[in-house]
Structures are given as structure tokens and as C-alpha cells.
Ligand binder design. Structure first.
Ligand code: ADP
Ligand code: MG
Length: 564
């Protein structure tokens, strides 16, 4: 016969021990929870002491906001937290903690001592929680600011758990890794780390980027930071900063990969894939890149309540995040490489050899390729017939009017108008024939698109318009190519693309392209001559009527009547 067992509520202590199984795997997990509590309390100084790999003692003293007398017992009770109040708060978590379980869980599997003082009270208070004792007594302590937590004899009352612990040395390695992760995530907080009472590391507050880099050197070693590239990228509320290991710093293990989302270290498939892809695209060989990256975004755009240890997150716009990260890291690698090859990596004597006075002269090939070349578009230049010497270029007035002498008298050309007409004619012509010629961007650009426009976006044949565009999430696209005619001529290409991609008819697109390349751009003499050739060619093909919008012929007779 099968006997039915009756259901009963678990005693609090046992429930806490079970809950501890989820978050408290080993001493390092305790340290992580205590440090996160200190950071949530806005501490600026945290001191840690570890004995016997954390099995003997984990002690964390901070100078944070503290806990008031009446809340001390609550702090060690399950599901008690000061960090969230309603379920709506779960939508945008800004603190490390929010589950209200860590201290309760830890106290169920160790001997816990907690003492704290808040600024408004004259003395501090402490409690000790041991074993089954769930009604600890409050004891007064002399006031010192902040909170002290001591955890002794971890797992003393759960032998099964204790058996799974490794050697003290190994547990110490886990502890050091937790400390590293937190120290790297919080440069604005000073840390002291001691082992068996002896100070091992002292990390002062970092007030600037150099100090931050110094901290990284102290925590991860000089060799990483020496060759690392600093990156900084921001688009539409997504921001990535940090250091990327150079190709030289590729490692045989994934042991120098720190990725923080709003200050919280995570290991996430989307992120890891984006990083790997960026390194691969740059043809960087080797197994594991090294990096320390800080990614910030609206807390509401990321769900941290996915796993009890909070090492996993869920991005609401995973594809957008992926595209942004991959793009930002690639750009960082490209810039880093350039900077290194330009400066530090060039031997001294080489640098000297290439010293130059006029940068423009030294890099003339670069300037040439960037120089506007709008007039040499296929339609006109292909069939250009050199005019005889009878056409004499006289001068340009204000950058706006070209005066040209010829057999019949003088031609005046309205330069901006001529360029507008010539470029747009050429665009329309290519669009209708084989499609507008495109140029691949060195770095793809990520452009945000209003959600309601996203469905309509691909109604247009962007390929034919000279753009190569792929979707990158619900409201973003990656632009890989742009029409050759704008490549290298637009200062803020992202701004132009944001405007272009929401247009829904080719003619408006042509108009905006033309306006952007002709705006505020003066032509040098060779460009003026090229324009001249194009204008006469246009006149030949389209007749006087069409060209009269921007080009007027004056005979000597007509000039006389106009002037006198
Ligand atoms: P959680 O961090 O998820 O809120 P914990 O069990 O870790 O849960 O802590 C419970 C509460 O105790 C916290 O919400 C906080 O109010 C308080 N607390 C714990 N540690 C500290 C500390 N170092 N300084 C100030 N308050 C603390
Ligand atoms: Mg906590």
C-alpha cells in the first residue's frame, strides 16, 4: 500500500539553506554578494580580509549608507530588501541586489556577524546569526560609519556542501577572481584586499582614465594594458567603452574577458558572439581575445532577473545590441591598429625619416582621394570632347559664378546650380540604367530607424540607389555601402544616413544627396575646369534650353546693352 505523506511548511532555517544552494556555491559567491551589497550602499571604500580560502573567514567592511537599528533583523530575513518595492521596479533594475535573499541564505550556512551604523544615529548596532537561531539579539556597538559583515565557518552545518569545496588554495583563486571582477567594474571605489590579515592589494580611487588604466595594470597585469586599444563608442543610448587586447594579446584561454553591462559582469552569448565576430572580421588569429569592456544602456532595455547569480541577462533588442557591439569593437580595432602603426610601433629612426612640414603635402595622396570628384561622373566625362583653346577660363566670383571667354563672347555659369543639376542628372541616369555605383564603407554604419518606418524601409530598391543595407534588430540597420558620389565627401555620414533612410522616394533621396555634397563646398581650380567641361558637354547633349538654368551666354553686343 502506498502511504500518502502530509504536506507541511518548511522551517525558515531549512528553506534558507535550500535557497543558499542556488546562490552560495562556494566562499567566492559569498564575497560577491557582500561586495555587491557594499556597492549598492554607495560605498567609496571597501576593505576585505579572507582567511583559509574564505572557509575560515570572509570579512567585508565598507563606508556606505549603513543599516538602521530597526532594519538589521530584516536584512538577514529571506525576501527582505530595500532595493525594490513593486514589480514595476523589476523592469529597470539599477542595483546589484534585489532578491533580498543573500544575507538570509549565507546566515543559514555559516556564522554571520553584521554590524552597521547610519549617519543619523549616535551608536551602531550589531547582530549575530548562527545556525537555527532565527531571532538574533541586537547589541550596541561603537559608531563607525558603514557596515561590517563577517562570515565564519562556511558550510559548517551542511557537510554535504562542504565536501564539494576544493583545496583552500583553489577557493582562494575563485575569491581573487571575484575581487578582480568587482575591482575592475568600480574604478570610483577604493579597495583593500588582505589575506590572513596581510594586505595584498591596495587600489586607490580612479579619478581619470589614466588612473583607471593603472588599476587595470595592477589587477590584470602590465602586459595587457600596454598594448590594449582604448575604445569609446556611442549610438542612440548604447555606449561602449573600455580596452581591447591587441592581436598580440590573444590568449590560449578565455581568462581575460571582462564584459560589464551597467556595471554588472556577465557572460552572454550575444555579447561573446559579437566580440568574436569583430575580431574575426579583422582577421585576427588566435583563440581568445582579451578585453575589459563597459557597456551601458537604459536599464529598462535589459533584463537582469534571468538567473539567481545574475551572470546572465536578456537584452530586449538583442540584434541591435549585437550589431552595435560588433561595429564598435571593429572600429576600435581598426583605430587602435592605425594608432599603433603610426606612432609607437614605428622605430625612432623611421619616424624621423618621414618628418614633414606640411601635412597636406605629406599625405597628398590621402587628400586627393578625399577630395570632391563629383564632376567626373560617368555620364559627362566619358564622352568629353576637349574644347579648343578658344574657350578661356577667366575667373570665379565668390565661388559662385564662373566667367568663361569663348568665340561668341562670354559665358557665365552659376556654379552651385550647375553642380546641382549635373549631379542629380547623373544620379537619375545611373539609377535608371545599371544602378548607382556604390562604394563599400571601411566600417559599416549602424543607423537607428523609427519602428513604424522599418516595415516600409525595404519597399525601396536601396541596392539600385547605391546602398547596401541589412536589418540589425527591430529598429536599426547596418549600412555597408553608400553611393560612390558621397563617399568621403560628407563630414557627418551618420546624420545624413539617418535622414536618407527615412525617405520613401528616389527623387527626394537624390535631392538630399545633391544638397549635402554641394553645401558649403568650394571648388579648387582643377575642379572648376572639370565643371566647365561638364557644363559644355551637358549643353551639347541637352541643348541651350536645359542649360539656361545655370549657364548664360553673352555676346559683346548684349553686354554693351546690359551695361551702358
Ligand atoms: P538584496 O541585496 O537583494 O537586497 P541582501 O540579502 O543581500 O538582499 O541584503 C538585504 C538588505 O540588507 C539589502 O536590501 C540592504 O538594505 C541591506 N544591506 C545588506 N548589506 C548592506 C551593506 N553593506 N550596507 C548597507 N545595507 C546593506
Ligand atoms: Mg545583496
Amino acid at each position: 500500500m502506498i502511504t500518502t505523506k502530509r504536506i507541511h511548511q518548511l522551517p525558515v532555517h531549512l528553506a534558507n539553506q535550500i535557497a543558499a544552494g542556488e546562490v552560495i556555491e562556494r566562499p567566492a559567491s559569498v564575497l560577491k554578494e557582500l561586495l555587491e551589497n557594499s556597492l549598492d550602499a554607495n560605498s567609496t571604500q571597501i576593505e576585505i580580509n579572507i582567511e583559509r580560502g574564505g572557509i575560515g573567514l570572509i570579512r567585508v567592511q565598507d563606508n556606505g549608507a549603513g543599516i538602521c537599528k530597526d532594519d538589521l533583523k530584516l536584512a538577514v530575513s529571506p525576501h527582505a530588501t530595500s532595493k525594490i518595492e513593486t514589480s514595476a521596479d523589476l523592469e529597470g533594475i539599477v542595483s546589484y541586489g534585489f532578491r533580498g535573499e543573500a544575507l538570509a541564505s549565507i546566515s543559514a550556512v555559516s556564522r554571520l556577524y553584521l554590524s552597521s551604523a547610519i549617519a543619523e544615529e549616535d551608536i551602531g548596532w550589531s547582530i549575530k546569526v548562527e545556525g537555527r537561531d532565527t531571532t538574533p539579539a541586537l547589541m550596541p556597538v561603537p559608531k563607525c560609519c558603514g557596515t561590517l559583515v563577517e562570515i565564519k565557518d562556511l558550510f559548517y552545518n551542511t557537510p554535504a556542501r562542504r565536501k564539494f569545496l576544493r583545496a583552500e588554495k583553489t577557493e582562494m583563486n575563485y575569491i581573487e577572481e571575484v575581487f578582480k571582477r568587482i575591482a575592475l567594474s568600480q574604478p570610483q571605489v577604493a579597495f583593500k584586499f588582505a589575506r590572513e590579515g596581510r594586505l595584498q592589494k591596495r587600489l586607490p580611487i580612479c579619478r581619470n582614465l589614466e588612473a583607471h588604466a593603472r588599476r587595470i595594470a595592477m589587477v590584470c597585469g602590465q602586459s595587457f594594458i600596454q598594448d590594449a586599444y582604448y575604445i569609446e563608442a556611442e549610438t542612440n543610448g548604447l555606449r561602449l567603452t573600455g580596452w581591447l587586447g591587441s592581436p598580440k594579446a590573444m590568449r590560449s584561454q578565455a581568462d581575460l574577458q571582462y564584459f560589464y553591462v551597467n556595471g554588472r559582469i556577465i557572460r552572454d552569448k550575444v555579447v561573446m558572439h559579437a566580440v568574436r565576430q569583430a575580431y574575426q572580421e579583422m582577421n585576427i588569429e588566435g583563440r581568445y581575445p582579451a578585453y575589459i569592456l563597459y557597456f551601458e544602456l537604459d536599464p529598462a532595455a535589459v533584463d537582469v532577473n534571468v538567473h539567481p547569480t545574475k551572470h546572465e541577462v536578456r537584452f530586449r533588442e538583442a540584434r541591435t545590441v549585437h550589431a552595435f557591439l560588433s561595429y564598435a569593437i571593429q572600429e576600435g580595432l581598426i583605430k587602435g591598429k592605425e594608432a599603433l602603426s603610426n606612432f609607437s610601433k614605428a622605430p625612432q629612426n623611421l619616424q624621423k625619416k618621414f618628418e614633414f612640414k606640411d601635412p597636406k603635402q605629406a599625405f597628398s595622396f590621402l587628400y586627393q582621394s578625399e577630395e570632391p570628384n563629383v564632376q567626373s561622373n560617368k555620364l559627362f566625362s566619358a564622352e568629353i570632347v576637349e574644347k579648343k583653346a578658344s574657350e578661356k577660363f577667366l575667373s570665379i566670383l565668390d565661388g559662385n559664378f564662373l566667367f568663361v571667354e569663348n568665340e561668341e563672347g562670354m559665358t557665365v555659369i552659376d556654379v552651385p546650380m550647375a553642380r546641382q543639376v549635373l549631379i542629380s542628372q547623373s544620379l537619375v541616369y545611373s539609377y535608371e540604367k545599371e544602378g548607382i555605383k556604390k562604394r563599400v564603407l571601411i566600417m559599416p554604419k549602424m543607423i537607428m530607424i523609427p519602428k513604424d518606418h522599418m516595415q516600409k524601409l525595404f519597399d525601396l530598391n536601396w541596392e539600385r540607389l547605391g546602398f547596401e543595407i541589412t536589418e540589425a534588430g527591430e529598429n536599426a540597420v547596418l549600412v555597408r555601402s553608400v553611393p560612390e558620389v558621397i563617399s568621403g565627401k560628407i563630414e557627418d555620414i551618420n546624420a545624413l544616413l539617418s535622414k536618407l533612410l527615412v525617405l520613401d522616394n528616389p527623387h527626394n533621396i537624390f535631392q538630399l544627396i545633391v544638397d549635402s555634397i554641394t553645401a558649403n563646398q568650394s571648388l579648387d581650380e582643377s575642379q572648376q575646369r572639370q565643371l566647365l567641361k561638364d557644363v559644355f558637354e551637358f549643353k551639347k547633349i541637352n541643348g541651350n534650353n536645359e542649360s539656361s538654368k545655370f549657364c548664360k551666354q553673352f555676346t559683346a553686343q548684349r553686354l554693351r546693352t546690359l551695361l551702358f
